[in-house]
Each structure stands twice: as structure tokens, then as C-alpha cells.
Design a protein around this ligand. Structure first.
Ligand SMILES: *[C@@H]1O[C@H](CO)[C@@H](O)[C@H](O)[C@H]1NC(C)=O
Ligand SMILES: *[C@@H]1O[C@H](CO)[C@@H](O)[C@H](O)[C@H]1NC(C)=O
Length: 207
């Protein structure tokens, strides 16, 4: 019963938050103004209220656009994204695809241009060809492949080290057990001698 109450409270406040104005933007009606707030891709809002019609995100420090951020905003009429230093690598695909499929009142792709890489600087994101974006993906995948190969080498090196350690340990163990065996044998023979002696002594004294 109590947890049901807590759950509904949580849902209520969760619901409240999603329709509240996202930090650090200002809202007027169904317009969310997040422009000129030094927003980075990390500090930008992670969701917008369901009925939002206008989103202003221009003149910030956005480099990548979170995948899926605009999905489900069915009432959207206008979004401004110009004046941001977009990085046109593999991560720009979502924004490019989204911009391509828009039929908003005002074309949102104007001024949405690349700041890097140098070869694509100034190009409009919406007009990048698939090959141009894929080229950066190639580097991205290359880096990933390189990283995995490097980590494989490190792993194999570690395994080899472990194997050498095991061999060294086994060798030492073998030597130690040989030594131990020898000492026990020696002490046994010494003990036998001793026992013989004492037996002799016993025999002597019994006589
Ligand atoms: C949006 O916010 C910025 C910064 O506070 C302000 O300069 C601008 O006038 C606002 N724009 C609108 C349309 O409210
Ligand atoms: C890129 O966008 C900025 C701001 O949106 C604009 O000032 C600049 O002229 C654009 N550059 C090109 C080459 O289109």
C-alpha cells in the first residue's frame, strides 16, 4: 500500500518534471528558449515538454546532437540550431537525418554548419553526403579496431606473463619437492641408523 503511494507520487513528480521547463532554459507558452546560454552537448536539456512547438538552441556550444532528443515531439513547428560549433563526424548522423526529414514552417537547417573536421568546415550539415560522414566513421571504427587490437596485445602479453610465472613457479616447486624428498630420505636413513644404534644399545643393555 505504502509503496503504491510512493510509486504514484514518483510517477506524478516524474510526469511533472517532463512537462516542466528544462534547465537552464526559459519557457513562454509552448516555446522553450535555450539560446545563448553557453550550453554544451553535455549540459543541454535531455528532454522537452510534450507539447513544445518552438525550441531555440542557437548561439550555444553544441557539438553533437543527442540521438532521439526530438523523437515524439509531434507539435514541433520551429527549431533554431545555428551558431553552434557542430562536429561533423560519425555522431552527426542523427541530426543530419532529422534535418533531412523536416517539413517545418521555417527550414531549421540554415546556419547549421560544421566547425570541424577542417575538411568539412562551413558545410551545411543537411547537405553532407553519406560518404563524407562515413569517412569520419571509418576513422572512428579504425580507432576502435586499433584500440581492440592493442588491448588484445596487452591481454596476450599479460597471459604470457602469467604463463611464464606459472612455469617458473612449477620449476621452483619441482626443485623444492626434490630437495624436500632428498632431505626426508637423508633424515630417514639417518633415523634408521640411529634406530639401529639404539636397538643395538637396547640389545646391549638387555644382555
Ligand atoms: C531567449 O533567451 C535569450 C537569453 O536569455 C534572450 O536574449 C532572447 O531574447 C530570448 N529570445 C526569445 C525569443 O525569447
Ligand atoms: C556557419 O554558421 C555561422 C553561424 O550559424 C555563420 O555565421 C557562418 O557564416 C556559417 N558559415 C558558412 C560557411 O556558411
Amino acid at each position: 500500500m505504502t509503496w503504491l503511494l510512493l510509486l504514484s507520487l514518483l510517477l506524478f513528480y516524474g510526469g511533472q518534471r517532463s512537462s516542466a521547463c528544462p534547465e537552464p532554459c526559459s519557457c513562454a507558452g509552448s516555446q522553450v528558449n535555450c539560446s545563448s546560454r553557453l550550453l554544451t552537448s553535455a549540459s543541454m536539456p535531455t528532454s522537452f515538454p510534450a507539447g513544445t512547438t518552438h525550441i531555440l538552441l542557437h548561439n550555444n556550444l553544441l557539438t553533437t546532437f543527442p540521438k532521439g532528443l526530438l523523437d515524439g515531439l509531434t507539435s514541433l513547428l520551429h527549431i533554431s540550431l545555428h551558431g553552434n560549433p557542430w562536429i561533423c563526424d560519425c555522431g552527426i548522423f542523427y541530426l543530419r537525418t532529422w534535418l533531412r526529414h523536416q517539413s517545418l514552417q521555417t527550414p531549421p537547417h540554415l546556419g547549421v554548419n560544421c566547425s570541424s573536421p577542417a575538411s568539412l568546415r562551413g558545410r551545411l550539415v543537411v547537405y553532407l553526403t553519406e560518404e563524407e560522414v562515413l569517412e569520419s566513421c571509418q576513422y572512428w571504427y579504425c580507432d576502435l579496431a586499433l584500440a581492440s587490437v592493442l588491448s588484445l596485445f596487452v591481454f596476450v602479453g599479460f597471459q604470457a606473463g602469467l604463463l611464464v610465472a606459472v612455469i617458473v613457479f612449477l620449476k621452483r616447486f619441482e626443485r623444492l619437492s626434490k630437495e624436500a624428498k632428498r632431505t626426508t630420505e637423508e633424515s630417514f636413513t639417518a633415523g634408521d641408523n640411529h634406530r639401529d644404534n639404539s636397538y643395538g644399545l637396547l640389545k646391549d643393555s638387555s644382555i
